[in-house]
Design a protein around this ligand. Structure first.
Ligand SMILES: [Zn+2]
Length: 202
């Protein structure tokens, strides 16, 4: 505890409250010299006087012991700013993931088409044709599974009925009919079915 800081704080609060050292001392049943000793940091107020002192100075005990007013408004403001920043970061991260999903799905599809095309037009041997088609299919399936995993993990789905934002099970995402990234699913909050839109933040 910084006694000098606390002393200066007491002095400032006393003046703000409109007391002289003598008047404050009188209210507390002590001498003006005792008040002066607090204010110069030579003594701390007796614990038995603290609550009454705080009441007279319109501060709380925490503020008395830290020697500063707690700025609740500023504290709130900072907390909100941090929260917004976290949300912004989450949205950005999810946006990146969803673009990655698009790239993966698109390139796997193009790859698949190229392999089918090659199998049909460029390869004579049946075994090689089959190998190309199957390999292309395997890559496509793996890519779709990966893309679905990303879509499940990035962001949330929003219920059009009650506005709930939630992360569904992987199974629900895989099985749901979809239009783009909107999936027809059952809302875990209100239980209604509908096309749930992808949103980036909760
Ligand atoms: Zn709902």
């Amino acid at each position: 505890m910084d006694q000098e800081k606390i002393g200066a704080f007491i002095a400032a609060c006393r003046k703000e409250a409109g007391y002289t050292q003598a008047a404050l001392g009188e209210k507390l049943g002590i001498t003006d010299r005792a008040v002066s000793k607090w204010e110069t940091g030579k003594n701390m107020p007796d614990p038995s006087l603290m609550l009454e002192l705080c009441g007279l100075l319109h501060i709380n005990v925490n503020e008395l012991l830290t020697g500063a007013r707690m700025d609740m408004e500023r504290y709130q403001e900072q907390a909100e700013k941090h929260l917004l920043e976290l949300q912004r970061q989450e949205a950005e991260q999810n946006k990146k993931l969803l673009s990655l999903e698009t790239v993966i799905a698109a390139s796997a599809t193009v790859n698949y088409l190229v392999m089918i095309f090659a199998a049909v037009f460029a390869v004579e041997m049946l075994a090689w044709r089959l190998a190309l088609v199957l390999t292309g299919l395997a890559i496509l399936v793996a890519a779709i599974a990966y893309a679905l995993r990303i879509e499940h993990d990035a962001g949330y789905y929003e219920c059009p009925h009650c506005g709930a934002r939630y992360i569904p099970t992987m199974r629900a995402v895989v099985l749901a009919p979809h239009i783009g990234r909107s999936r027809s699913m059952k809302c875990p909050r209100c239980g209604q079915r509908g096309y749930h839109k992808k949103v980036l933040t909760k």
